[in-house]
Design a binder for this molecule. Structure first.
Ligand SMILES: Nc1ncnc2c1ncn2[C@@H]1O[C@H](COP(=O)(O)OP(=O)(O)OP(=O)(O)O)[C@@H](O)[C@H]1O
Ligand SMILES: O=P(O)(O)OC[C@H]1O[C@](O)(CO)[C@@H](O)[C@@H]1O
Ligand SMILES: [Mg+2]
Length: 541
């Protein structure tokens, strides 16, 4: 019996559920049929809920247990490839690792998404714990891996590349790793780079990605053709939400073709906008670097009468960098993020607050995330929607816009001369090498991805959930974005540290809370099993 099955089967009593009828095809094939034959036929329940946005065929492997326990499992090669042989994990003979007690992850280990629980509350969603398994599905000399980086830059990309190459080599004796140049389109339109531990030895000290990156150019069948033609059987895809969507489609096509190819996603996003995981690599480095710009803005503002420093930071839809840099700095008087609407004119508006701060303090610092206030800009400039090659909305420069608005306000009113300095460090923050903690974090992500692929898991993104690395099915990563919740304590801490007005109409707070509650309600059936057409019966003991 293969590892995924034994692990699932031992979580008894179990209820197997899926959300898409296409699951039936894999359930009746390969090893899963053996597992399912051990369960009551009624335990196979189908729900009419629509499948995820980008991959219509996506299946969801849901295992339920006692007390509202739910495992949102990831696919395994044995779901659709028949009779795959297994091999002992070479790590057990590795001098560095073999001394570790219980080095291999217990097949039943799962990681809880919700760790604050009540006595009688449901245990909630869990994910399969990441880490090395005793049995693996690839022999060392059989593996032909490739790595691709897509989307915008992020500190730590080179570290992840380095650690995939070195991890595969040192832990599993894999020598064939190919770097795909220039993002997804590199699979079919660019050269490849053979990657060895020697080639990647020093790359973690450099910013960017040695492989290059791009937006757009995702042609699924050409990409999978290239994977198939080259004989690649492990695909490591490093990128943000768009990239993970692309990875999900690639995985679906690979499964459709029945290929023994593991697809592992490593989440990269400087904006920290990927849900489920604790945080993304490079985020700490970005916040640290952002603080240097805030310090400069503060020094400039403080040194001159009525000085105003404006710093624009990245954050297209999520203002995490701005929020954390502001909280860390304590020199910021106002932080504006996409999640928190604001207005300029009138009582309680931004301009009134700027006047107040200058009168009280003689200077002020404003941090603004690039996605903040875009509705105001669009109104004033009547701009058309422009998109980048991946379909992401191109933003207007809110930093320049707000600086001009503040200048115009004080000029018009002839009340006090101001000195405004606008600093835009956005790309400087992205292009630096990762700091020490992001380097270690990136290493763990790379290793978790390798262990997962070697153990035959596929169609997953790896990342820490409450501090423990887990394998998360693609659909959970791409179904929504991680955003700052402005009704949470962290944003309240920020408001209290800057003393800025919340700029929010109390009615908006009520609406936001209601939306959150509704969202939780929508998820409830998944946790409690209420919406399933057939209720599963526990396996007879
Ligand atoms: N829905 C999708 N289906 C297939 N491919 C996609 C999809 N969305 C995006 N991609 C591809 O993923 C790659 C990266 O996407 P995108 O430019 O949005 O960056 P990202 O991965 O979200 O990173 P970031 O936004 O953090 O810079 C692009 O090559 C794009 O074509
Ligand atoms: O200019 P580029 O490379 O398209 O990237 C800009 C975007 O990439 C990000 O860094 C990540 O999504 C955003 O914060 C930013 O809007
Ligand atoms: Mg993105």
């Amino acid at each position: 019996m293969d590892s995924s099955i034994s692990s699932s089967a031992s979580l008894s009593p179990l209820k197997f559920r899926c959300f898409d009828p296409t699951y039936a095809y894999s359930a009746t094939t390969a090893n899963h049929s053996r597992l399912l034959s051990n369960l009551s036929p009624r335990s196979f329940a189908v729900n009419s809920r629509s499948s995820m946005e980008t991959s219509e065929n996506s299946e969801r492997k849901i295992v339920t247990g006692d007390a509202g326990y739910v495992l949102e499992d990831v696919p395994h090669l044995t779901d659709y490839v028949l009779d795959l042989p297994t091999y002992p994990n070479p790590l057990q003979d590795n001098p560095s690792y073999s001394v570790v007690k219980q080095y291999f992850v217990n097949l039943d280990d799962t990681v809880a998404q919700k760790i604050v629980v009540q006595k009688d509350g449901p245990r909630g969603t869990h994910f399969r714990r990441a880490g090395p398994r005793q049995k693996i599905y690839f022999e060392s000399d059989e593996v032909y891996a490739c790595i691709v980086t897509c989307g915008g830059l992020c500190p730590g990309l080179n570290t992840v590349i380095r650690e995939i190459v070195c991890g595969l080599h040192h832990m599993y004796g894999v020598n064939k790793v190919l770097g795909i140049e220039g993002g997804y389109r590199g699979f079919y339109a660019r050269n490849t780079i053979p990657l060895t531990p020697k080639v990647v030895n020093y790359i973690h000290k450099r910013g960017g990605t040695i492989l290059g990156t791009s937006r757009g150019g995702h042609d699924t069948s050409k990409i999978v053709d290239s994977i198939q033609d080259r004989g690649i059987n492990q695909v490591y895809i490093i990128g943000g939400d768009g990239t993970q969507r692309g990875a999900s489609v690639i995985f679906e096509e690979i499964r459709r073709r029945g290929l023994k190819v593991a697809v592992a996603g490593i989440p990269k996003t400087i904006d920290n906008d990927i849900p489920v995981i604790d945080k993304s690599f490079g985020f700490d480095t970005a916040v640290e670097e952002a603080q240097r710009a805030i310090n400069a803005a503060h020094v400039e503002a403080e040194s001159i009468e009525n000085g105003i420093g404006v710093v624009k930071l990245m954050g297209r839809y999520s203002g995490f960098i701005a929020m954390y840099a502001t909280l860390a700095s304590r020199d910021v008087d106002c932080c504006l993020i996409p999640e928190s609407p604001f207005y300029l004119e009138g009582p309680g508006g931004l301009l009134e607050y700027v006047e107040k701060r200058l009168k009280e303090n003689g200077h002020m610092v404003i941090v603004i995330a690039e996605g903040a206030g875009q509705d105001l800009l669009s109104e004033s400039k009547r701009s058309k929607d422009h998109q980048d090659a991946s379909g992401n909305k191109l933003l207007q420069d809110v930093g320049l816009w707000i600086s001009q608005k503040i200048k115009d306000h004080f000029a018009k009113r002839k009340m006090m001369p101001i000195n405004l300095k606008y600093i835009d460090p956005t790309y400087m923050i992205r292009a630096v090498p990762s700091n020490a903690s992001d380097n270690v974090y990136s290493t763990l992500l790379a290793h978790s991805a390798i262990h997962g692929a070697m153990a035959g898991y596929t169609g997953f993104t790896v990342g820490p959930v409450n501090g423990r690395h887990a394998y998360i099915p693609f659909h959970r990563i791409i179904e929504k974005q991680n955003k700052v919740v402005i009704t949470d304590r962290m944003w309240a801490r920020l408001l209290s540290s800057t003393n800025q007005p919340s700029f929010i109409d109390p009615r908006d707070i009520t609406r936001s809370k209601r939306e959150e509650e509704e969202q939780q309600q929508q998820q409830k059936p998944l946790l409690s099993g209420e919406s399933y057409m057939l209720e599963a019966e526990p396996k007879p003991q």
